[in-house]
Structures are given as C-alpha cells and as structure tokens.
Ligand binder design. Sequence first.
Ligand SMILES: C[S@@+](CC[C@H](N)C(=O)[O-])C[C@H]1O[C@@H](n2cnc3c(N)ncnc32)[C@H](O)[C@@H]1O
Length: 240
Amino acid sequence: MRVHCGDCLDVLGMLDESSVDLAYLDPPFNTGQSQSANNGSYDDCWASVESYLAFLTLRVQAIHRVLKPTGSILLHCDWRTSHHVRLMLDDVFGSAHFVNHLIWRYGLGGSSPRRFARKHDDIFFYGKTDAYYFDPPMVPATSARMKGQMKKATDVLDIPSLNNMATERVGYPTQKPLALLELLVTACSPAGGVVLDPFCGSGTTLVAAQRAGRRCLGIDTNVQAITVTTQRLHSRRPPN
Ligand SMILES: C[S@@+](CC[C@H](N)C(=O)[O-])C[C@H]1O[C@@H](n2cnc3c(N)ncnc32)[C@H](O)[C@@H]1O
C-alpha cells in the first residue's frame, strides 16, 4: 500500500508504463460547491464544464498510459457530467473498449416535488484492450425462484450509501462504501494485482484492496485525505 500527497497528474507521470491492473477514480463531480465533513474538506468548483473536462481528460490520458494491456478503468461520476465523461472515455480508450455503464443505486437521499428523486451514480468501465481482466462477482439472488442462491451481478449495483451511524464512516466528505469498492476491486483486478486510486479521498479503495490481497497506490492533493487514509490502513480495529 502506497499513499502519495500531490496532484495525481504529477504522480502518474512518475509511474512506469503498463504497471497497473485497475484504476478506480472517484474525482470531484463538479458540484460547484466545497465538500466538507468533520474530518476533511475539498473544493469541487470549476469555471465551466469545459474546464472540468479538460482537467479530467489529462488525468485519464495519464491513467491510460500506466494501465497494463489487461488493465481497466472504472470512472465514477454522476448526472452532472456522465454524458460528457462517456464521450471523453470513448476518445481516450476507444469506443470499442467500452465494457459497462454501471449504475450504483444507493437508496438514501432526499426527494423533490419537481423531478424523480436522484438515487444513483454512474461508473464507466473500459478495458485498455479486449484482454481486460474480469471475474464476475456473485451477489444474492432476489427472485423468489432463486431465493437463498447466488447469481452473477448485473450492471445495477444495489449497495446502500453510508448512513450517519455506519461504523465504517470516517468523517471524510463523499466517502464511498467499502462494499462497493470490494465488489469492484475483486471483479476487475487479479489477486496480487496493482490497484490505483488517483483521487483516493479517505482511502476506501486502498482498504478494499488490502482486504482483497491486492497492492494499491492512492493519491490525493489533500493532506487531510492522506492522513485519514493512512490511519485507516494502519487501524487495528476489526476491518471496516
Ligand atoms: C470524491 S472524493 C474521493 C472520495 C473517496 N472515493 C472516498 O471513498 O473517500 C475526490 C477526492 O479527489 C481529491 N482531488 C481533487 N483534485 C485532485 C488532484 N488533482 N489529484 C489528486 N486528488 C485530487 C480531493 O481532495 C478529494 O479527496
């Protein structure tokens, strides 16, 4: 497990070409707001969608360089930019290397009298080549016919977001659930492989990789994120 404090563009430039099995990135979503919680905060404001996409494109190009031929990218975003991000990924990876548009359906959150409630994020899955690694994850079947059995996961992942009482919550804004990262890391990287999270925040991907027996590199510009990630990785508490 390695953790770097800095702009991921700079750190990615120092990594060897074709050295990473899986890059999962959960960058700022361009919400136009500062994201804060009791254990950290980060800015999420760009002057325009164009400048946000320019920022992301440079970093996705740098990720493409460091992925192995069997490697893949999982890019986490939401309704604000997903339509632009998919086209950008088509440009960088080639539309033929699109694998899935995953929907993370998280359940929690408010409602609106003016629209259908927004209850999902988007995760785009692209392989660097057709030889990308994939081991289909198994999830509990929900149909009455298959009750009590397991089945291959679909592209809709039903995993609750962290509620205020969740024991794994570390107080870093927009922290993602460990269950989501464990499913993605085990499905999209081989045992012992190298997982990269260039926007690691509280280090959820690194904890998932550690538990799944993968090596992991996390990068974040925010010193608070690096502190929280390091504490989480060295925690002697039962895994969360
Ligand atoms: C959505 S959060 C990641 C949350 C993380 N997935 C978790 O579970 O805690 C996005 C992170 O990107 C970081 N960030 C923003 N710009 C960055 C850059 N250029 N390089 C590296 N990290 C950056 C922010 O500091 C923030 O921690």
